[in-house]
Ligand binder design. Sequence first.
Ligand SMILES: [Zn+2]
Length: 213
Amino acid sequence: MNEKHYQGKPCKYGHDGLRYKASDSCVECQKQRWLREKTDPIARERKLAKDREYYQQHKDDLLAQAKQYREENLERLKEVGRVWREASREQRSERRRKLWTVLDKVGQRLVVIKARAKKKGQEFTITPDDCPPVSHCPVFGIELDWAATGQQPNSPSLDRFDNTKGYVPGNVHWISWRANNAKNSSTVDELEQVIKWMKSLQDDVNKHGEING
Ligand SMILES: [Zn+2]
């Protein structure tokens, strides 16, 4: 820690004279400077600019110091790293387990899809790299449940954008089963016609509702 001592006479702002030994700067002034740098954006930017300038001017020295520190504290730093890894091991293995589960689910799903495509005579040339897993349905925004089995609304479903083509790179996306079910084998034109028809029916219902009510 920084050592402090009483220098005897107050600083130019009248603080009691407690100063840091190394820099001879007033402890109270320094405290106020830190507070300003924390709370005042302009003071903060000024400090960062100063730090950057200091770094540029002393870059070689600072890098050499850091290197020397690493070399002199090799064992201690190793220990710090070991403790940190130990503490976060659980967290990392949980993350890895989740990722692997999803990747595995992609592989499992592709096996099923490939078998079905073969039966239907559809082209199938994709690998898991062509359809990386996504967390949410890009159509409805709902979270996909990669653990779900069967046709749940939020289970992932591999859509072929162009249904005249097979499972080929660039033609496939993971969307929710619900979205894929709504899209089915429709083209953009067909879906627009469906929407137009549904909206006109809805308008009729609204109108009648108003007339009758
Ligand atoms: Zn002061």
